[in-house]
Design a protein around this ligand. Structure first.
Ligand code: ASP
Length: 439
């Protein structure tokens, strides 16, 4: 029998109704043997995620303010779930233990992890599977860095002797046993690590959308679904992927060559999106896989005569950003110009200082700043070695009246990135979509 690891996100375990749907999905395929769960998420728009409530308890404790009321909301949610599912599980002991640890040793990671912990206890009981805690299986070093090999070995040893199990997502432990969480949304990483450890045939990531769409549906109405995307394409589309799948979940699956399948708990018959290393069969008329972008970038364009023969120029320029710990998005260049594209949020009020450093270190002829730029990545393996792709893209933007401020094409020819003004962002995406995607 094959092995599937299925991770269910917060909305899939938000209440008893969602948990029932989750169970139907798990039981409809006996290969779904190892289940990873998030903490309960929002049940409706204005609801709170359990993880946020747990962080709130911690914030209250730090302020020496009462946290009982918030804690009670969490207790009530889990209790209601367990009663509605008809479970015979003693949650009171767990609540008491958490409360006493909260008061004696209020580490944010420990508190935040309890949502996943309780969620997995409930799910294991409901399915009749073993509960396997990840505290001693997902291993971090003293500095909080994930120990990949040790984690894989520990998970493998714990899981291969169990036919089926439920594991909490989001956390593991330091060598001294203290809890360490991943960054937010990190249950996706747990699922990928479990999939890698047991050598799963597929890692299913169940959420509340049926995979990725070719463009943001708020911009392109009825955007088509992406059936299949490679890991590399997904990286290029990362502006789009981040909210659906944690970026760091891709590495373990990619390392072990395990496809990731994004599925929707509320629409289980939809095949969703499969992320794989290879392209598989593709319709040759599918030129692009998707379009994604973001607003609010700044461009610093530096001009200096004979720059192209000045050894070390770009290194000096980039070292300034290193000093300020600012990540760089793109570095398009001409013969005597180099531009640096940076997300505005990282620049904040550091721009004047950076310009000063540039003047001092680079002695440029001129520096120009362009603000409020948006970047749009058009991505697809089908674009490589196909003449006419950029012509189609640029004519579409020209016809839509969009002024292109920057062009960057990766050497793999898998993507074309254009910089446009923020105000043209939506129009540009719609124009590119229309030019490439057949109705
Ligand atoms: N519950 C955690 C969060 O809200 C982790 C997760 O759901 O993946 O970020």
């Amino acid at each position: 029998m094959g092995v599937k690891v299925a991770k269910f996100g917060g909305s899939s375990v938000a209440d008893a109704i969602q948990i029932e749907k989750t169970r139907r999905i798990i039981e409809s395929d006996p290969e779904r043997r190892y289940i990873v769960v998030s903490a309960p998420g929002k049940r409706f728009g204005s609801d709170n995620k359990v993880t946020d409530l747990l962080y709130l308890c911690k914030a209250q404790i730090d302020l020496s303010a009462p946290y009982d009321q918030v804690f009670q909301v969490i207790v009530d949610r889990f209790t209601a779930m367990s009663v509605s599912l008809g479970l015979n599980v003693n949650l009171a002991n767990h609540f008491a233990e958490i409360k006493s640890r909260l008061e004696s040793e209020p580490s944010a990671d420990y508190i935040a992890s309890r949502g996943e912990y309780l969620s997995a206890i409930i799910m294991a009981k409901y399915l009749g599977y073993d509960f396997v805690d990840t505290a001693e299986l997902i291993l971090f070093d003293k500095k909080g860095r994930l120990l990949n090999d040790e984690t894989a070995a520990a998970l493998k040893a714990a899981l291969l002797r169990r036919e089926r199990a439920v594991l909490p997502g989001f956390y593991g432990g330091y060598p001294d046993g203290r809890i360490r969480t991943f960054s937010r949304g990190g249950s996706d990483i747990t699922g990928a690590l479990v999939a890698e450890a047991v050598g799963a045939d597929v890692y299913e990531n169940w959420t509340d959308v049926s995979g990725f769409l070719m463009a943001d549906p708020r911009i392109v109405k009825d955007a088509k679904a992406i059936g299949r995307v490679t890991y590399m394409e997904l990286r290029e589309l990362s502006y789009m992927g981040a909210s659906v799948l944690h970026e760091n979940a891709v590495y373990p699956a990619r390392r072990a060559n395990i496809p990731i399948n994004i599925r929707n708990t509320n629409e289980p018959d939809n095949p969703g999106t499969v992320i794989t290393a290879d392209e598989g069969e593709r319709d040759p008329s599918d030129i692009i896989t998707g379009i994604a972008g973001n607003k609010d970038f700044s461009v610093i364009a530096v001009y200096k005569n004979m720059m192209s023969v000045e050894v070390g120029f770009v290194r000096k320029m980039l070292s300034v950003f290193e000093e300020y710990n600012i990540p760089i998005e793109h570095v398009p260049s001409g013969v005597d110009t180099v531009s640096i594209v940076i997300a505005k949020k990282y620049l904040a009020d550091k721009l004047p200082e950076i310009i000063e450093e540039f003047e001092r270190k680079l002695r440029p002829d001129s520096i120009e700043i362009f603000e409020d730029m948006a970047l749009i990545a058009t991505v697809g393996k089908g674009m490589a070695a196909r003449p006419g792709v950029s012509a189609t893209l640029f004519s579409a933007l020209y016809e839509a009246g969009v002024n292109i401020r920057m062009i960057d094409q990766g050497s793999s020819e898998m993507n074309i990135i254009v910089g446009v003004e923020n105000k043209d962002f939506e129009v540009a995406i719609r124009a590119i979509y229309k030019a490439f995607v057949k109705e």
